[in-house]
Design a protein around this ligand. Structure first.
Ligand code: SF4
Length: 248
């Protein structure tokens, strides 16, 4: 249950931040520089959920601060919003080494933090960026982002009804012009969704979504996602890496 008042909710979110920053629940804590809790308006109506911190995010302890972050800010600006007016988080709060794909056990360990963030922030629209966030929050570990992007879905997440809106990950779109065009088109629908969430499709009862009570009930993303080969000195996402990140 969310806290009773807004003040309680803000305190709970700060307590959760401290919990995440000290978390050692999976091995990623051994290799991260800083955990990345997420940031933005703690009462945002629009929340973005990406995959995991990258190099720059790990260094700064902030989400989406690299090239993908700049694109996200540009896309937000095009619909009259700033990043301070939304909340930005990731499925994983610690960076996987060399930007490899999140592993099922890591998602299993980390996802309760995301569910608790959603319960406390109570966004009306959650925009999932790429495959991992979309599969986790939709409760559908099979259907990829290329099939569901741009299609709003009604879901019960974090204890309340939200519009789930999957779109391509900005890191993937950075290097693929056609995907960037699609991302801009999908993004342009966000104001209408925020104004009228009823345009989303009715809830399809997800068998595994919303594991606030029982995190282990949620299906992890498909383990068949390709694995990014390790690259020792590669802070940015290259086209080939983006393609292999499971971002689309
Ligand atoms: S990825 Fe999540 S579960 Fe793993 S150490 Fe970081 S905060 Fe904890």
């Amino acid at each position: 249950m969310p806290p009773a008042t807004e003040s309680d909710s803000l305190s709970a979110l700060e307590a959760l931040r401290r919990e995440v920053e000290a978390c050692t629940l999976c091995d990623l804590h051994k290799t991260r520089t800083r955990a990345v809790f997420g940031e933005g308006d703690p009462r945002a109506r629009l929340m973005f959920v990406g995959e995991a911190p990258g190099y720059h995010e790990d260094q700064q302890g902030r989400p989406f601060v690299g090239a993908a972050g700049k694109l996200l800010e540009e896309l937000l600006g095009a619909i009259g919003l700033t990043r301070e007016q939304v909340f930005i988080a990731n499925v994983l709060k610690s960076r996987p080494p060399n930007n490899r794909d999140p592993q099922p056990g890591e998602i299993e360990a980390c996802q309760p933090y995301l569910w608790r963030q959603i319960a406390l922030i109570e966004p009306r629209v959650i925009c999932t960026l790429g495959n991992f966030a979309t599969k986790l929050l939709s409760g559908d570990p099979i259907t990829g982002i290329t099939k569901v992007h741009g299609k709003p879905q009604r879901r019960e997440l974090g204890g309340h009804a939200v519009t789930l809106y999957p779109i391509f990950h900005p890191a993937a779109a950075l290097y693929t012009p056609a995907m960037l065009t699609t991302l801009r088109e999908d993004f342009a629908r966000l104001p209408a969704l925020l104004a009228d969430e009823s345009v989303a499709e009715p809830v399809v009862p997800p068998s595994a979504a919303e594991p606030v009570v029982s995190p282990s009930a949620a299906e992890p993303p498909s383990s068949a996602e390709p694995v990014v080969p390790p690259s020792a000195a590669e802070p940015a996402v290259s086209p080939s890496v983006a393609e292999q990140l499971g971002l689309f």
